[in-house]
Design a protein around this ligand. Structure first.
Ligand code: HEC
Ligand code: HEC
Ligand code: HEC
Ligand code: HEC
Ligand code: HEC
Length: 432
């Protein structure tokens, strides 16, 4: 009897999974149809506030999400870098920017032009105030003026009160908002999309799908929207990057001695990035080792290992791909011999979130960016400000190691302390 009930449960579970899985795929296909159809006239009796698509309108009643969103890259995805390029592209080739907008400003109301069977025409639903606002709330949440959203936090889908009585007639709730598929359309090229060296230029969803995170049910939202926050932090945020990697120095401690050979390894491991670190061709991560003294870096002592997928500026070819898949690591081995005790070995991990764009915008300006000139100049300045030091440690030749956040905590096990003492003893003997 117990076994029969168990088997029945299994069958029921299998059937409900199949039903639940099917609507998610269907919903995503409809919700993310490209292009997204214009919303049309608002339902009769709606207030101007309910009918508005502007993020500020949503923010009147959803201040928490609005405050988060404003600081996110989704809010600035029509920033000067892209706007400057679109201005020139549009001048050279009418309509050539429609495809860019499907990801950078997805609503029909955000595009001045629309493609019809008879070709490109001015878009009657275009709202100039919305055009430059990037991935707005409505881009993800509103279709035909109807609001879509995730299940309540307790998992329920039904409305607590009659929907007709709620602002914007309540919400249609679907688990699709909780799945990685919801993000796929803008963060994954289709199989026929642009590829270099046999690899798509944007392959984040597929990288995630092949990772242990997909097998463990960890979705994009779990890492990028924790507690349903609308921050979408990524490569530009030091704390976010630190959360995904483990950085170690071996040997770790006061172990270097002037006048003796030494060998130190700096290692960066992708422990909790749910895709390649970094996933795009635009950032660059540098593992760097160099000797420094009171006057600064010692000339000729710098050694670097690059973690990036580097491509030619005209996207004609891939130059290298040293990105780290989940679980993989990169190492910088620094060895040598230092005679002066006043020198220190400095190990750093530097993140350049927009390395490709810095070089790209420089070249664009050198060639003449036309109508986009001023905006590209502004974008270039922003890319020059984005690099940050994720990790830094200085090891003295003689003194103890000086660690700085967010470095790993030094190993304080008795064994390590004993080793440290005996090494210091050796050093004292050597000095005599
Ligand atoms: C006049 C106030 C008001 C405005 C303006 C408004 N909303 Fe809402 N919204 C509400 C209320 C009230 C609820 C709760 C409905 C419910 O409990 O079913 C809600 C629920 C939602 C939900 C589901 C929230 C949840 O708890 O899961 C989403 C998503 C949403 N709104 C999106 C939007 C977007 C996008 C806009 C702008 C285009 C917008 N809303 C404008 C009042 C408003
Ligand atoms: C309508 C298209 C669209 C959708 C849907 C979308 N994104 Fe994005 N996302 C973008 C664009 C465009 C950018 C780049 C903006 C820029 O750099 O100007 C971006 C950037 C990001 C970044 C980069 C942050 C950084 O520091 O560089 C993260 C993280 C991100 N999105 C996560 C998500 C997640 C998670 C989802 C699903 C919940 C999602 N996105 C859905 C278009 C989209
Ligand atoms: C499939 C979605 C998608 C399409 C289509 C797309 N982008 Fe992007 N774009 C992104 C994402 C995601 C990022 C952030 C990651 C990065 O920087 O590479 C981005 C970043 C950018 C950036 C740098 C960020 C900034 O604000 O300066 C520029 C410039 C840009 N895209 C231009 C374009 C242009 C021009 C087109 C059309 C030819 C285009 N994009 C088409 C998704 C897309
Ligand atoms: C890139 C797509 C995207 C954009 C843009 C976006 N949201 Fe969301 N929103 C989501 C997803 C996905 C969830 C569900 C996240 C989860 O449960 O992990 C969500 C959840 C919500 C919720 C439910 C929150 C809760 O605590 O239950 C509200 C309300 C909401 N969004 C409002 C907004 C508003 C207002 C804006 C603009 C200021 C906005 N969203 C912009 C994708 C988006
Ligand atoms: C296990 C946690 C985790 C999961 C799951 C995850 N990410 Fe990330 N993601 C990160 C971390 C940490 C970073 C910062 C390091 C980096 O940039 O690679 C990041 C960075 C990014 C960036 C910044 C650009 C770049 O070149 O790295 C984008 C875009 C992004 N994620 C999108 C996604 C999308 C889309 C999904 C789902 C298909 C997803 N992420 C799943 C943790 C995660």
């Amino acid at each position: 009897m117990r076994r029969l009930a168990g088997a029945l449960l299994l069958i029921v579970a299998a059937v409900t999974t199949a039903i639940a899985a099917e609507p998610i795929a269907d919903f995503i296909r409809r919700h993310w149809a490209t292009p997204i159809p214009a919303q049309g006239p608002p339902p009769a009796g709606w207030s101007a506030l309910e009918s508005a698509l502007a993020p500020e309108a949503c923010g009147t009643c959803h201040p928490v999400q609005y405050a988060d969103w404003r600081t996110s890259v989704h809010a600035t995805s029509m920033g000067p870098g892209i706007a400057g390029q679109l201005a020139e592209m549009e001048a050279a080739h009418r309509g050539s920017t429609l495809e860019c907008r499907t990801c950078h400003a997805p609503l029909a109301e955000q595009s001045p032009l629309t493609r019809t069977r008879s070709g490109l025409v001015a878009n009657r639903s275009f709202d100039p105030a919305l055009g430059g606002r990037g991935v707005v709330c409505a881009g993800c949440h509103v279709r035909g003026h109807q609001r879509f959203g995730p299940p309540r936090r307790d998992g329920s889908l039904a409305s607590a009160s009659p929907r007709a009585k709620l602002p914007h007639r309540g919400v249609t709730r679907t688990p699709a908002f909780l799945s990685s598929e919801f993000c796929r359309g803008c963060h994954q090229f289709t199989p026929a999309g642009f590829a270099l060296n046999g690899k798509l230029l944007q392959d984040t969803y597929a990288e995630w799908q092949a990772s242990r995170f997909a097998r463990e049910g960890v979705q994009c939202q779990d890492c990028h929207m924790p507690d349903r926050r609308h921050l979408w932090r990524g490569i530009h945020d030091p704390a976010m990057v630190a959360s995904g990697v483990e950085i170690t120095v071996t040997p770790d401690g006061p172990s270097l001695t002037a006048g003796r050979d030494f060998a130190v390894t700096l290692e960066v491991r992708n422990t909790r990035v749910g895709h390649a670190f970094p996933t795009y061709v635009t950032p660059r991560v540098l593992l760097r080792g160099e000797l420094v003294d009171a006057a600064g870096p010692v000339a000729g002592s710098r050694r670097e290992v690059v973690v990036a997928r580097e491509v030619a500026l005209d996207l004609s070819r891939e130059l290298s791909d040293t990105r780290l898949g989940p679980g993989q690591s990169a190492r910088l081995a620094y060895s040598g011999r230092v005679e002066r005790p006043d020198v220190r070995l400095r190990l750093t991990v530097v993140v350049e979130p927009d390395a490709f764009y810095t070089a790209f915008f420089e070249t664009l300006l050198a060639q003449g960016a036309g109508r986009g000139e001023a905006e590209i100049r502004e974008a270039l300045e922003a890319t020059r400000r984005s690099p940050f030091t994720l990790f830094e440690r200085e090891i003295a030749f003689g003194g103890p190691a000086v660690g700085r956040v967010p470095g790993p905590t030094p190993d304080r096990s008795p064994r390590r302390r004993r080793e440290g003492r005996s090494r210091r003893a050796v050093r004292r003997r050597g000095a005599r």
